[in-house]
Design a protein around this ligand. Structure first.
Ligand code: NDP
Length: 373
């Protein structure tokens, strides 16, 4: 009887609603307006196969700070509660999922009809509906001047922070804020704000330069990132963890090492793409074939940035202790994703750089973790 009642409650909470649709629409409309109107550095993206380059206005940090300020004002004035996002978490999840499905069908149909020949808009159809809908048809589709791929990633990363803050407010009201909650919130908050501080680095990443925009990315950005990366926060709301001091220190060290490797590697590559002569760790960089960076983190493993990200993901889960595997969903998923991603990137680079890539692989034999993989 209790189990049946719980399932019925869960299904009721999961039902999509018009109020959740209004929250989602307002959020996306705010992001579109803020992205178009707020000042920000204009960054040139990677050179595409047809030699064109897209430009990205990196004003994500300002958009985020303004939205945080507006939300704080809304809470202060009593227009909204600080727990509104967490209270409506499941209906927001189902509503966003439906939105992602609709958007991906629209992307599929408009993509197939595109007559553009530029690299960013030219349709790449395999003829298989599932494959084209899943992976997308166009590289960088636009809507009313908005680069949708860049926009959806921004929306997902910001939503991750807002769900976490709402969970923190719930913990605070329940009197259950402890060291585990603080560490979890601090690590994720740092990661997300740091992402927006370095938003321009995103313009040279795989998602932007190589992945087409289909259901996989739309769902990944809008649903998967905000609603599954916060599982630890939901879990800590229902489970009290007394984290020993020594474990907390070890957790902080893993976070710090992960952050230095993740940020350092991504920064080195981004600076190298802008200026191939920029010094790496104080010395002029050694480069293979004039194209691939060998020193710094890129000489330790071919995807040292993935190693840093995996350590960070682990550090987000460790505050939950070892009593359950549920909070370890994120690092487990990321491990699988990044191994798959590394294989796909390897194939892409091997085809693009040919002998230069083979030489790089000889110089740097490890893929992600030296002496292990
Ligand atoms: P990378 O940023 O590593 O980009 C790969 C590209 O970098 C290659 O295709 C190649 O592109 C270029 N490159 C590779 N090796 C070299 C080299 N030695 N010198 C110069 N350029 C090189 O991959 P991602 O976009 O996958 O990852 C970016 C970050 O995002 C990572 O830190 C990753 O961990 C993170 N991430 C996080 C996810 C999450 O869910 N939390 C999901 C996916 C990624 P080119 O053709 O331009 O040379």
């Amino acid at each position: 009887m209790d189990a049946a009642a719980t399932t019925a409650d869960l299904l009721a909470a999961l039902a999509p609603s018009w109020s959740a649709a209004v929250v989602l629409a307002s959020y996306l409309a705010y992001l579109a307006a803020a992205g178009a109107l707020l000042p920000g550095k204009l960054v040139a993206g990677a050179v595409l196969p047809d030699s064109s380059r897209l430009h990205y206005r990196c004003n994500g940090l300002l958009s985020l700070l303004l939205l945080l300020g507006l939300s704080a004002l809304g809470v202060y004035m009593g227009w909204m509660t600080p727990t509104v996002v967490a209270d409506r978490g499941l209906e927001l999840l189902s509503t966003t999922l439906i939105f992602s499905v609709i958007v991906s069908f629209l992307l599929y149909y408009t993509g197939l009809r595109s007559r553009h020949q530029s690299s960013s808009l030219k349709p790449h159809a395999t003829g298989s509906f599932i494959e084209d809908w899943w992976f997308g048809v166009q590289l960088n589709p636009h809507f009313m001047g908005v680069d949708l791929k860049f926009f959806f990633i921004r929306a997902g990363m910001m939503a991750w922070l807002f769900i976490n803050l709402s969970l923190l407010a719930k913990s605070y009201l329940a009197g259950s804020v402890n060291r585990a909650v603080i560490l979890y919130q601090f690590f994720c908050g740092w990661y997300i704000i740091d992402y927006f501080i370095h938003e321009e680095f995103m313009t040279s990443t795989w998602d932007i330069i190589a992945e087409r925009l289909g259901f996989m990315l739309v769902f990944g950005d809008l649903v998967f990132i905000p609603f599954t990366f916060t599982i630890q926060g939901w879990w800590l709301l229902r489970n009290k963890v007394e984290l020993p001091l020594l474990a907390s220190v070890a957790n902080c060290i893993i976070f710090l090492i992960g952050y230095l490797v993740f940020r350092g590697a991504n920064k080195q590559k981004h600076l190298f793409k802008k200026d191939p002569k920029a010094p790496i760790w104080g010395k002029p960089p050694k480069v293979v074939g004039g194209k691939l960076l060998v020193p710094g983190y890129w000489g330790i493993a071919r995807h040292c940035n993935y190693l840093g990200d995996l350590l960070l993901a682990l550090s987000f889960s460790l505050p939950c202790g070892a009593s359950s595997v549920i909070p370890y969903f994120y690092p487990t998923y990321l491990l699988i994703l990044l191994i798959w991603r590394e294989r796909r990137d390897e194939a892409r680079c091997s085809e693009k750089y040919k002998d230069i890539w083979a030489e790089y692989c000889k110089l740097v034999p490890w893929r992600i973790l030296p002496y292990v993989y």
